[in-house]
Design a protein around this ligand. Structure first.
Ligand code: SF4
Length: 403
């Protein structure tokens, strides 16, 4: 595909968020199709094919089939994926909780030891935002959290901790992720995302549109699917994990855990709700144990650009900032089903906030599977093993214009 100036998209500094595909007025654009690679892995008896389902996927996968939103549950998608032959179906919400444990710990460390730290700290779970930041505002690159995205953390844990639990060679695990996202296709190919066993931590990233095509290709009748629970232990999550898919969700989830890390007490799970909503640039201040924390949330790269310019101009200052490249966050993601002229990020995001509201556990540190992985494998957040598997150096790879 060509871009401005006659260049190739792979040589450009495109954020790869995919909004051009979901909003192309003539439907002329589409993503690379990786479904054949997944079908080949499913047909290979030597490979253990593990798939993870991202938070926002459960809000939208049933749309092209006309499956009502309340019936298009994550559990029915689990049944469809098992029917296709995936060996284990896990929930990226689990590793979103893991991301929160690491990212909130980073934030608390920065607040405790601010000497030499540049604020704000930025979230880094959106690869479209990370690409944009590195290309257009590189002075902020060192302020990105070093925590990997939930998808990448999942892959690193699947090919280390989970391989150990299964007692198998991690090289036999083929890790697929189902994402609302196009930028993740680029993220899985970052050469340094291979911390578990030397293979890529995630082998293939599929959009929801690709998975829906696979469901059709397998002639699965989505209206007759029963519900199946995620496999364990990487299938247990809290409400904090599920809201990653909506703008403000990462911030809110991180603050729930940061509050506990600072005070040793549970906060009201809705204490940080001021950062919810579809406004493109939101800001709020919260008091945590007598310290005022100034935060901002931006979704959509136009809003991110305005916020970064204001930061550069000294017009605003914050301690912690969440940026998601797609308007409304991942529930408006570039890899979700396309509906001409309709913006569904709000409706889909409401599904996630509803799942959080009714969840038994709403804070990442309460997740028993997260407690187990730290107790049995990682030690503590930011431990040496956690740093190796779950963190990255945002400067260890270059955007095309830096090469
Ligand atoms: Fe991908 Fe979500 Fe970022 Fe959009 S907002 S680029 S879907 S991670």
């Amino acid at each position: 595909m060509g871009v401005r100036g006659g260049g190739l998209i792979e040589d450009s500094d495109c954020a790869l968020c995919g909004q051009c595909i979901t909003h192309c007025p003539t439907g002329a654009l589409r993503e690379r199709d990786d479904t054949d690679r997944v079908f080949d892995a499913l047909a290979d008896p030597d490979q253990i094919v593990v798939v993870q389902v991202a938070p926002a996927v459960r809000t939208a996968w049933g749309e092209p089939f006309g499956l009502p939103r309340e019936r298009a549950t994550a559990q029915r998608l689990v049944t469809a994926l098992k029917g296709m032959g995936f060996d284990y179906v896990f929930d990226t919400d689990f590793s979103a909780d893991l991301t929160i444990m690491e990212e909130a710990s980073e934030l608390v460390e920065h607040l405790k030891h601010p000497e030499g730290v540049q604020f704000p700290m930025f979230t880094s779970c959106c690869p479209g935002w990370v690409r944009y930041c590195k290309a257009r505002h590189p002075r902020f690159t060192d302020q990105l959290s070093t925590s990997k995205s939930p998808g990448q953390m999942f892959g690193a844990i699947a090919k280390s901790y989970y391989a150990d639990l299964l007692g198998v060679d991690p090289h036999r695990i083929f890790c697929v992720e189902i994402m609302p996202c196009l930028a993740k296709k680029s993220e899985v190919d970052i050469p340094v995302m291979n911390d578990a066993c030397g293979d890529p931590d995630v082998d293939v990233s599929l959009t929801v549109r690709e998975v829906d095509r696979m469901i059709r290709a397998e002639h699965i009748d989505v209206f007759s699917l029963a519900e199946t629970e995620f496999d364990q232990p990487l299938g247990t999550a809290t409400g904090a994990g599920v809201i990653f898919g909506a703008t403000g969700g990462v911030m809110e989830a991180a603050l729930r855990s940061a509050y506990y890390m600072v005070t040793g007490e549970n906060c009201d799970a809705d204490a940080f709700r001021d950062v919810r909503g579809l406004d493109g640039w939101k800001e709020a201040s919260f008091d945590i144990a007598g310290t005022t924390l100034r935060v901002a949330v931006a979704s959509g790269l136009g809003n991110a650009a305005r916020l970064l310019s204001a930061l550069e101009g000294g017009e605003v200052s914050y301690d912690f900032v969440e940026v998601m490249a797609c308007p409304g966050g991942c529930s408006g993601g570039g890899g979700l089903p396309i509906h001409d002229g309709k913006e569904l990020a709000g409706v889909r995001g409401d599904v996630l906030w509803g799942l959080d509201r009714t969840a038994k556990l709403r804070r990442s540190y309460e997740n028993p599977s997260i407690q187990a992985v730290y107790r049995d494998y990682l030690g503590t957040p930011l431990s040496e093993r956690a740093e190796k598997l779950l963190h990255t150096n945002q400067r260890a790879w270059k955007m095309p214009s830096e090469a």
